[in-house]
Design a protein around this ligand. Structure first.
Ligand code: GCB
Length: 619
């Protein structure tokens, strides 16, 4: 009897194994270059109406929803799902998307990929009923090779499962039960609405069998000349010769190169280089191709700028000259589309940045759509580029801490892979406002675990990119020792708002004191990456009071006046560029953070006019 039972159990286990689906991780090597239509490559943008179905009981995989969704409803991609239907607003769970598309016959013979600009938070993908793989972490692109699964004579069924359950082990974390977590609904451990879904464009793209997978451009400047180092990676076999052309300033610099294995490296000397700068964001055109004899097998082009970024003990140096960052912490956030890519909003935001006299922003608190990066290159806006590590915390659950650390490292690699060629990107940020939890028993263990956590993250950046400074953004009352790991010290302060409440003068005095203490300790340049006050649009008071436009304006003025007296301050980023949606909470009237200098629909508050008058004329 017992033997029979064991036999049946073994059989069940095997059956389970045979039928359980294997999810490979996404092909990050083929995700880094933004898809490009040219003579050797093709792109098909799948943005538009998809079908959508909520799976609140997580039955979809068992019921094989990946072969096709029944009773699904329409949904727009790219966009967050939350504000497209009333009942989805607070839905933080599993949902499925479907799109059906032909693949043009002219693509036959090429390698074909599907690329997601972002799926927040985790995704599993199937095509024509076959599993492709999975990806974890929002706001970053990932791709899968679908060549072998394509149906050339009919439509192809693309099914995506997106899951956004807020969990303490994730980046960013949510649903934290230990003391000190946010008390909000939905319970993200961060101050913005946890929008989710397919929030960026989805593309099919094709590349030749032998193709370029990655290009890395790094410039070094010794005026009047510059050197530009270009590293190329490829996939595919056969003897291939690489060729590249860097064009700009009425000159073409050409070079042929060979590969060692799948990698090649080329150094160009560019005499009389036309440098990329804030006032003159000059871009060179780089085109790289793979050739076999006289035939061009593959090509890819991008725009890049020649510039350097460095720090000394009190300044940030762009092309060797001090630069002062005037700007904001921002969000990707707009009514109805949520965090979905919206090209008109991107254009509008850059036009407002210029209008107000800003020269920079931080991608708080996650990487933004790739078109933000392209715009910034073209418009001379400097970017502090941040991974989605907001609300990190350290408590006694060390396994979870380590899980978050590994996710952060993956995010750093994916972000640098995506954004490394943008001259506008001048700094990487590994975290925003990490925090300790006093429920952690031993103070020194906590200190060393958290310190080593950030040391490893900064180390990961340095392994990937030595050409830019790295930072982490610190909150009030958190250990100074973390800050010392950064090349540029970035802190957020709200004295006069969350503390010294209602008293701007006291708040500014405290800021004045603390800045000197931190600079004396580390002797590094500093940026105040957040400061600001909520202002409900249209609320006024002759004697400024909290939540009025006057208080917000005076708060910003008082802080900027303090910053102007410190020669080690190299940037002031007001929080925030525009009002944005948050979870519900007792500090978030109507489910919004009202610290925007512009309203959510981009109308100026008094503070916007104030900043324009100040930034338009001096630093
Ligand atoms: C912060 C956070 C930001 C919040 C802001 C606030 O320090 O970095 O995400 O929105 O404060 O308004 O409380």
């Amino acid at each position: 009897m017992l033997r029979k039972l064991i036999f049946i159990l073994v059989l069940i286990c095997f059956a389970g194994k045979t039928f359980s689906q294997q999810f490979k991780t996404a092909d990050i090597a083929n995700s880094s270059l933004m898809p490009e239509q040219n003579l050797t490559r093709n792109v098909l943008n799948l943005s538009g109406m998809w079908s959508f179905k909520v799976d609140s009981n997580n039955v979809g995989e068992n019921e094989k929803w990946y072969v096709g969704l029944k009773q699904a409803k329409p949904i727009a991609v790219p966009a967050s799902w939350n504000d497209q239907y009333d009942e989805l607003r607070d839905y933080m769970g599993i949902a499925w998307y479907e799109q059906n598309t032909y693949v043009p016959k002219t693509w036959q013979g090429q390698r074909i990929f599907i690329r997601f600009g972002s799926a927040n938070y985790a995704a599993k993908v199937w095509i024509n009923g076959k599993v492709l793989g999975k990806h974890e972490g929002g706001h970053l692109p990932f791709a899968f090779d679908i060549t072998d699964y394509i149906n050339w004579n009919n439509k192809n069924k693309i099914i995506v499962q997106v899951e956004n359950i807020l969990k303490p082990s994730r980046v960013p974390p949510g649903n934290i039960t230990t003391e000190g977590g946010f008390t909000n609904n939905p319970a993200g451990n961060f101050d913005f609405f946890p929008f989710c879904g397919l929030e960026r464009p989805v593309w099919l793209f094709s590349v030749p069998q032998s193709h370029i997978t990655n290009i890395t451009v790094v410039s070094k400047v010794q005026l009047p000349n510059a050197t530009v180092e270009i590293k190329i990676k490829k996939e595919g076999t056969g003897a291939l010769i690489g060729k590249l052309t860097l064009s700009g300033n009425d000159k073409d610099f050409e070079k042929a190169f060979t590969f060692s294995g799948d990698e090649a490296s080329v150094t160009l000397t560019v005499p009389d280089a036309h440098l990329w700068n804030v006032d003159d964001p000059y871009l060179y055109d780089l085109s790289v191709s793979l050739t076999r004899g006289s035939q061009v097998v593959d090509s890819y082009s991008l725009q890049t700028g020649i510039r350097t970024i460095a720090v000394n003990n009190s300044q940030l140096l762009l092309n060797g000259k001090p630069v002062f960052l005037k700007g904001f912490g921002k969000h990707e956030d707009f009514p109805i589309s949520g965090k979905g890519t919206s090209y008109p909003v991107i254009v509008k935001d850059f036009s407002l940045l210029k209008w107000v006299g800003a020269n920079s922003f931080r991608t708080s608190h996650y990487p933004y759509d790739e078109e933000y990066m392209n715009m910034a290159d073209r418009q001379g806006i400097l970017i502090i580029d941040e991974i989605p590590a907001v609300g990190l915390f350290f408590d006694k659950n060390v396994d979870q801490v380590n899980e978050r650390k590994e996710t952060c490292k993956q995010m750093i690699r994916e972000l640098i892979n995506r954004d490394k060629n943008h001259p506008a990107v001048i700094m990487w940020s590994v975290a925003n406002e990490p925090g300790l939890r006093s429920s952690y028993l031993k103070k020194d263990t906590q200190d060393s675990i958290s310190y080593n956590f950030f040391k490893e993250l900064i180390g990961t950046i340095k392994k990937e990119d030595t050409s830019r400074p790295a930072t982490l953004v610190g909150a009030e009352n958190e250990p100074y020792q973390w800050l010392g790991l950064a090349d540029v010290i970035c802190i957020n302060r709200y004295f006069g708002w969350y503390s010294q409440t209602g008293n701007i003068a006291e708040g500014a005095a405290l800021l004045n004191k603390e800045l000197d203490i931190i600079h004396d300790k580390f002797k590094k340049p500093m940026i105040l990456t957040e400061f600001g006050a909520d202002a409900y649009p249209g609320m006024h008071a002759l004697t400024p009071e909290m939540f009025t436009e006057e208080y917000q304006r005076d708060f910003i003025k008082a802080y900027l006046d303090v910053l102007d007296t410190k020669n080690y301050i190299c940037g002031a980023h007001v929080w925030a560029f525009a009002d944005f949606k948050t979870s519900q909470g007792d500090r978030r009237f109507g489910g919004f953070n009202w610290k925007g200098v512009f309203t959510r629909d981009r109308r100026p508050k008094m503070a916007a006019y104030y900043l324009k008058s100040r930034w338009g004329v001096n630093k």
